[in-house]
Design a protein around this ligand. Sequence first.
Ligand code: 6PG
Length: 240
Amino acid sequence: MNPIIKIFKTPELLAEAFADFIADDINLKDKYYISLSGGSTPKIVFKVLAERYSEKVDWSKVHFFWGDERCVPPDSDESNYKMTKDFLLDKINIPPENIHRIRGEDEPNEEAKRYSDEILKTVPFRSNLPCFDFVMLGLGEDGHTASIFPGRLDLFESDNICEAVKQPVTNQNRITITGRIINNSQQGAFLVTGKNKANIAAKILHDGVQSNNYPASYVKLNTGILYWFMDVDSSSLISL
Ligand code: 6PG
């Protein structure tokens, strides 16, 4: 199925629309398992969710996971968990046991195994794999998504749920969910904003390029609906 592209004038309008979309989806279900992404756009989404939906969503039915994490302590400004905690988790009524953070402070390979086990134990299965209700994804200028970086297409074939990887420029240790888990999700969305993403977004969406250099081009949910929430700047090279 082709992705559904939604374009908004500004990142703020995109974030508001996505927050409404996710809140509505959560309210349709008894339990909700979502994989969050880091990055600048999700920060606005979490802020809007906290402002608009702290009382309008029963957060006790939501289980938060992360699609990737930097291997840093949970109080580091680089931590995707900390960003989510600051902008959302500290502002909603959610049981601590529903927050499944990646322990960035622990040894990466051991944590990748532990976190895989936590996903296997908690997230319902479909087609013999954990199936998130929703997977939030960012898009790097280099075509990465989650922490699946160029040249690591093996992570779309991996039988592992998560793997420990390295950011190719900074060499920072990261943990990422693998491509098969991303593609097994019921629904997913890339949140893409800014002129600096226009080229890579056009290569993936417009030219249909599938390349080892652009791992995000391999995100094609097996049976789920994939959305691209974009702003005018990031979609400026795409003719719809
Ligand atoms: C991370 C993110 C990463 C991010 C993209 C896009 O840990 O850095 O998970 O994959 O989503 O780099 O980031 P922006 O939305 O800030 O451009």
